[in-house]
Write a protein that binds this ligand. Structure first.
Ligand code: F0G
Length: 477
């Protein structure tokens, strides 16, 4: 008998209590945090979906591996285990450990990019964009046009617009040193990229002598989508699919805090000898010797085991299904989300849910605050607070106003997800009472991390014309 329930493919050996707070406490905590969820204390959050980065639970195998950590400065056994695990999946010649993904980005771009150059990507993640721009180069997002329509359903909505890639290369002769594809496309809704798209982008780059890299943070989730959605891959293992994805690239940047299943770590892996040497030199300057790159030996062990576990089929099936489970409940109840559900997160379309809040008043930011106020849920805005400020100082609204609910790996169970759904449906019912936000103070780069915000009319929720401080649970004042 084939039973249809997809279970969490693990049992729980250690538990970590989570703390209930009252709505009145959360109201105060929000004010104290300058209405910025990044500035809350984690102990004041009930269900923390701020990110799936570094927040996963490690397995008994990973913890056991950590005891084997070799903390030698040079040539540690743990490094070779890590290098073998990375090479087995990616096939890249040089494996350079870093403390997390953005360090790999900084080292790659720092060794490669010159001012005025252009880097096309389906969609840059915020740190990737910031690291490109830090080199005075331009980060160009060229996802397929459907990626900007939250309601549009496509199996591979993370794909790169290949015509735009060709056009960019033609428009900027000699100024595009590399192109990247982010799998899955985090800032575009966690949508996967097809093997055909990766292969075609790679061919274009090779034809023009341009390096082609993957931002591989969620490579295993992307491999699962290829297996379940792309013709010809159903019978292949996630490992074989991942190997094929990497075979088309010249290198990758990776945050092991995602599909490395670790709490910290990352790597840069690549084939080009001369570029690898430049990267290693920069690594020594700022991260550490090339056999540890800012990580402890035990971190390298945890990542080596995690890279193996993340490709298990029962894990990937549970992982992708648990995100889709929330997506299905929200869709059935009319909550607008980016369709179809992504690999690591559900993205609520705040522009569609809160049409009464203009983009200049940050509807996604406001919605994320109300989810915390009402249910103790922490999410993250992926909208105009994150992306609206341009390098030249001007303001442009972001393409979408999304609230991302990112699922830590192996952390929450189905009843947590049922609770989440209940809170979100409640907030959807009182959505007309939600009011917009404005920025009180913010730095010019990566402002979402530290901005202090305030409600435009002194309150997050209002009833009728009157603003109350925040409003009652039923949305009245
Ligand atoms: N690339 C992508 C696609 C990412 O999602 C992230 C991190 C990075 C690069 C940078 O890696 O954090 O290890 O330095 N994303 C996290 C998130 C922070 O919440 O989506 P990092």
């Amino acid at each position: 008998m084939q039973f249809k329930t997809i279970i969490e493919p693990f049992r729980i050996k250690t538990v970590e209590p989570i703390r209930q707070t009252t709505r009145a406490e959360r109201e105060r905590l929000l004010q104290e945090a300058g209405y910025n969820l990044f500035l809350l204390r984690a102990e004041d959050v009930l269900i923390d979906l701020l990110t799936d980065s570094g927040t996963g639970a490690m397995s008994s195998g990973q913890w056991a591996g950590m005891m084997l950590g070799d903390e030698s400065y040079a040539g540690a056994k743990s490094f070779y285990k890590f290098e073998t695990a990375v090479r087995n999946i990616t096939g890249f010649k040089h494996v350079i450990p870093t403390h997390q993904g953005r360090a790999a980005e900084r080292i790659l771009f720092g060794s490669l990019l010159k001012p005025g150059e252009i880097v096309p990507n389906n969609t840059h993640f915020d740190t990737t964009r910031a690291n490109v721009e830090y080199r005075k180069a331009t980060a160009l997002d060229i996802a397929v046009p459907e990626a900007h329509d939250p309601a549009h359903i496509l199996p591979f909505k993370g794909n790169m617009d290949l015509a735009a890639l060709e056009q960019t290369i033609a428009d900027y002769p000699g100024r595009v040193p590399l192109a990247m594809i982010t799998v899955t496309n985090n800032s575009g809704g966690g949508q996967p990229v097809s093997m055909a798209n990766i292969r075609a982008a790679s061919e274009i780059c090779r034809r023009h002598g341009i390096l082609f890299f993957l931002d591989a943070c969620r490579f295993a989730e992307n491999a699962w989508f290829i297996k379940t959605r792309e013709p010809g891959y159903a019978d292949k293992t996630p490992l074989a699919i991942a190997q094929e994805m990497f075979s088309y690239a010249d290198g990758c940047t990776m945050s092991a805090k995602k599909d490395g299943m670790a709490n910290i770590g990352g790597f840069l892996a690549l084939n080009d000898d001369a570029l690898a040497q430049r990267c290693k030199n920069m690594l020594i300057l700022t991260e550490g010797f090339p056999t540890y790159g800012g990580l402890a030996g035990y971190d390298l062990e945890a990542i080596a085991v995690g890279l193996e576990e993340v490709l298990h089929e029962d894990y990937l099936q549970y992982r992708i299904r648990s995100v889709a489970y929330l997506g299905d409940i929200l869709t059935a109840n009319g909550v607008p989300i980016v369709q179809p559900p992504g690999g690591h997160a559900i993205y609520i379309d705040a522009l569609a849910m809160l049409p009464h809040i203009p983009q200049s008043e940050y509807p996604a930011w406001a919605l994320s605050l109300v989810l915390y106020l009402e249910g103790g849920i922490r999410s993250v805005e992926i909208g105009s607070v994150m992306f609206g400020h341009q390098p030249d100082g001007s303001e442009h609204p972001a393409a979408m106003e999304l609230v991302r609910l990112a699922f830590p790996r192996r952390v929450y169970t189905q009843s947590h997800v049922d609770y989440l759904a209940e809170v979100i449906l409640y907030v959807n019912n009182i959505r007309e009472h939600i009011r917009g936000m404005r920025i009180a103070e913010a730095p010019s780069v990566l402002r979402h991390f530290s901005a202090r915000m305030e409600p435009v009319c002194g309150s997050l929720l209002v009833s009728g014309k009157h603003c109350s401080l925040i409003g009652n649970k039923d949305g009245t004042t």
